[in-house]
Design a protein around this ligand. Structure first.
Ligand SMILES: [Mn+2]
Length: 354
């Protein structure tokens, strides 16, 4: 793969969308994809650009490694989301002109699709707002760390590329991306652009409250039961600056819930007064746990996640950590507490030196 890094890990820089436009113009067959267990940003970004590429008569398909999660079927009236099946997809993927990857964070998070991209030596454009290592497997990188959502970048591209206004179906995807990645316009990443996008959606009669209801007011009873268990067992460290909780496989089985049902729990725990960081330790199996950090915006957490083998945004990050629950709990808590202490010390010195 020829290295052609357009832009990497910048913030608030002018993106040369013309370069992306040229890559799209010279391509006919285009694959859109995102990370495994996709979220509203990945799916919404795909949907946002899909209808544009259809309109300009590209042979475009969205193929993700994972199935479309419950709650996002409102984006799929036209059955645009496919999930990867080697028997039916490999021959098509083999001959695509370009692969556009959205919101992925890490190339490997496209799972089997990453293997195919390497196997067939496919040209790729990475459109994302997560930090990436300088050395990576994408042919072209458009990585803006200051974008609230990858969907904001898709919006900018469509504004650049289109003569006509953005199609309603695209706007529905873009709104979904922005709403979910900003915690419904509440998180510290929410900026003017997010609200500009929301205004454009409202002017175009997008039922924004219906999008919200589909995603956030569709909890099943098992999820609520599980959440009840979690909320009654929160642990506090460092005078309540850090709040952490554990979800075991047993808790999930007892509540008749699924691993996906834990989404959003850390956000809820972070809402507690005085808590700066919420940490979830989710036992996925006897061999590994998924950990997830949510920070109110005063203490960076992605460095802790990175040291534990993961990554993410400054204030929302995570990792998969190998080991039994008790081993992972010990390791992660020690790493987190020492990192917070260090940052608090540095802050104290910073204040003293002023
Ligand atoms: Mn995102």
């Amino acid at each position: 793969m020829e290295a052609n890094q357009i832009k990497m890990n910048f913030s608030n820089a002018q993106i040369k969308w013309g370069v992306v436009d040229d890559l799209i113009k010279k391509s006919n067959k285009i694959l859109l994809t995102t990370h495994e267990n996709p979220d509203g940003d990945g799916l919404g970004s795909e949907c946002g650009i899909y209808y544009h590429l259809k309109e300009i008569r590209k042979n475009v398909r969205i193929i993700n490694y994972s199935r479309l999660p419950d709650g996002y079927h409102f984006l799929n009236d036209d059955n645009i989301f496919e999930y990867y099946n080697p028997a039916t997809h490999d021959s098509w993927i083999k001959t695509v002109d370009i692969v556009m990857v959205f919101d992925v964070g890490d190339f490997a998070r496209t799972r089997a699709l990453a293997d195919l991209i390497k196997k067939y030596n496919l040209e790729t454009i990475n459109i994302d707002h997560h930090p990436h290592p300088k050395k990576n497997l994408f042919s072209h990188n458009i990585v803006d760390l200051s974008a609230a959502a990858t969907g904001c970048m898709v919006y900018d591209y469509l504004k650049y590329s289109r003569k006509n206004s953005i199609d309603k179906k695209s706007l529905k995807g873009i709104y979904t991306a922005v709403m979910t990645d900003t915690g419904s316009f509440r998180h510290s990443n929410t900026n003017e652009k997010c609200h500009e996008i929301a205004i454009e959606c409202l002017k175009n009669d997008i039922d924004t409250h219906i999008i919200y209801q589909n995603i956030y007011e569709n909890s099943n009873r098992s999820r609520m039961k599980l959440m009840g268990g979690v909320l009654s067992q929160i642990n506090y460290e460092m005078n309540g600056v850090l709040a952490w909780f554990v979800i075991t496989q047993e808790m999930i089985t007892k509540a008749n819930a699924t691993n996906q049902d834990v989404d959003g729990f850390s956000d809820t725990v972070r809402t507690i007064k005085g808590v700066e960081i919420a940490l979830m330790i989710h036992e996925k199996s006897e061999k590994f746990c998924r950990i997830n950090f949510r920070s109110k915006g005063n203490i960076i957490v992605n460095d802790i996640a990175k040291n534990l083998g993961g990554g993410g945004h400054a204030f929302a990050a995570g990792a998969m950590v190998l080991g039994s629950l008790s081993d992972v709990r010990k390791k992660v808590l020690e790493a987190t507490i020492s990192s917070i202490k260090k940052k608090q010390m540095e802050k104290t010195y910073e204040n003293l030196s002023r």
